[in-house]
Design a protein around this ligand. Structure first.
Ligand SMILES: Nc1ncnc2c1ncn2[C@@H]1O[C@H](COP(=O)(O)OP(=O)(O)OP(=O)(O)O)[C@@H](O)[C@H]1O
Ligand code: SF4
Ligand SMILES: [Mg+2]
Length: 477
């Protein structure tokens, strides 16, 4: 899948049209000389003359339609029409404008250009589907296959006091068009997972194992150059706090443009970039008249919307939004979440939302993962994890979070603090805070286990059966 920001009207592709007109002109000159030979030479029959009249328009339109990058076969028609006008002027200037010839020429160009335009369109759609099939074959992908597969990902940071085990054996899958949430307390490794997926890690970071397959290709096996070419165009990120990272001396347009030029090179004209940035502004609910303003002329919410527009600018298949609405007031937060959701649905894009705010995850995701101390401890359909959390940490986290729509209940604070990841607890890392911990929990690390094969709900806990089924039980107000 390659998401396209929005349908856009066909624009004139001048080089394609010029190429088409050139083909028509050359063929016309050659055939013109051939069908009006000097005295005593071969005289072609009417059928040959008719074909000769049709052929320039047809081939010219075909060439220009194809040269327009298979996108706008109507350029074939434009080329045919253009050439017909050239013919008219040519004939008028040369004093040879006979009405019969004009009509035959007109028919020749119109039908030739129409056929050429259609052929170019058909060929374009054939090439497109052949390419898509080939891409699917290479990736071994189908609509049901995961787009992104993270398997046993582990990453540590080196610090002066030892290695920080920030990501430890994290596995999850993301399907096309799916929204997955990662939730957990501050410092549990959410951003570290995201940065590992993009391989945008600081010098002191080191992968300790696992794989990150996008369309079946492991990103961790790629060279830095290969990775650079896939970053942003395949997988992009809205960074935590990015709305404050705009460069104040450049306009927002200049900064988004720079990202697009870096990734599309000379593929897009200045006009196309400007149109695209305008479309992206429309998509994220910003007024496109504001593209040339400086970041300080935007409100916080607007700056965050512009960050999202920038992340969308290279048509990524996957977007990671790390705390996309933190530091914004609840109304703007809600608007931005709704807009992100709409954009994701409209573009069929996959998205990973990262937040410490479980309510945000509930609102916008279909699947959610709960992280604790660098590990993924629960993963499943968002509605199910919310209504029937099976990991004690998820259960306690939900019990400590107010619910706007559910029954009123007394909130129970989550006691204790996440552990120091330089020296994490043995066995299950949650055991020092867990009311259900036993000896086994202190010694053995539970792997995530699927407890409901139908929904895929998984939990990493030896005693998940002891967790109460109803969140509000015993603590109703
Ligand atoms: N560059 C770094 N060097 C050393 N340790 C780091 C570095 N970046 C993060 N850490 C540590 O890695 C762990 C995970 O941090 P991370 O930023 O991924 O957490 P987070 O879940 O995103 O937290 P928050 O919700 O506060 O953004 C923390 O213990 C943090 O101190
Ligand atoms: S494995 Fe043990 S300590 Fe860990 S969450 Fe489950 S019950 Fe608690
Ligand atoms: Mg973070």
């Amino acid at each position: 899948m390659s998401a396209t920001p929005a349908s856009r009207p066909p624009r004139l592709n001048l080089p394609a049209i010029v190429l088409g007109v050139a083909v028509i002109a050359l063929l016309n000159l050659w055939l013109g000389a051939w069908i009006t030979p000097a005295e005593g030479q071969y005289r072609p029959g009417y059928l040959v003359i008719l074909v000769a009249l049709l052929l320039p328009g047809f081939l010219g339109a075909l060439v220009s339609g194809l040269a327009a990058r298979h996108r706008f076969p109507t350029h074939g028609l434009m080329a045919g029409l253009g050439m017909f006008l050239v013919e008219l002027i040519w004939g008028a200037v040369g004093g040879e404008l006979a009405i019969g010839t004009v009509i035959v020429r007109a028919l020749g160009f119109a039908s030739g250009a129409a056929l050429g335009g259609q052929a170019a369109g058909r060929m374009a759609s054939y090439l497109r589907s052949a390419r898509a099939e080939a891409a699917d074959r290479v990736a071994g992908a189908s609509d049901t296959a995961p787009l992104l597969e993270v398997d046993g990902l582990s990453m540590h940071y080196r610090t002066s006091i030892g290695w920080v085990s920030a990501v430890d054996g994290v596995s999850f899958e993301l399907r096309k068009g799916e929204a997955l949430g990662l939730v957990g307390e501050s410092g549990c490794g959410k951003t570290s997972v995201a940065m590992s997926l993009l391989r945008l890690l600081p010098e002191n970071a080191e992968f300790r194992g696992g794989s990150v397959r996008l369309n079946g290709v492991d990103l961790l096996d790629m060279t830095e150059d290969e990775m650079r070419s896939r970053r942003w165009s395949d997988i992009a990120m809205v960074f935590q706090g990015a709305m404050n990272a705009w460069n104040p001396v450049y306009t927002v347009y200049e900064q988004i443009r720079e990202a697009m030029v870096t990734h599309f090179g000379g593929e897009l004209t200045e006009e196309q970039i400007r149109d695209r940035v305008g479309e992206l502004f429309d998509l994220v609910g910003l007024n496109r008249a504001m593209v040339d303003r400086y970041p300080h002329e935007f409100s916080g919410g607007m700056r965050q919307r512009a960050v999202i527009a920038m992340a969308l600018s290279c048509d990524p298949q996957v977007i990671i939004a790390d705390e996309p609405t933190t530091a914004l007031d609840v109304i703007v937060q809600d608007q931005i979440l709704q807009e992100l959701k709409q954009v994701q649905t409209a573009l069929g894009m996959s998205i990973i939302y990262i937040s410490h705010d479980i309510a945000v995850i509930a609102e916008v995701t279909e699947v959610m993962g709960v992280m604790y101390a660098g590990r993924l401890v629960e993963l499943g359909p968002t509605a199910e994890v919310f209504s029937r959390p099976r990991h004690p940490y998820t259960y306690l986290l939900l019990r400590s979070t107010p619910s706007v729509t559910g029954p009123r209940r007394v909130l129970a604070p989550l006691e204790g603090e996440p552990p120091n990841l330089v020296d994490p607890p043995t066995g299950c890392r949650f055991h020092p805070r867990c009311p259900y911990a036993d000896q086994r929990c202190r010694e053995e690390n539970p792997a995530i286990e699927v407890i409901d094969p139908q929904s895929g709900h998984g939990v990493a806990c030896w005693n998940w059966g002891s967790v109460p089924v109803r969140i509000s039980k015993g603590v109703e107000a």
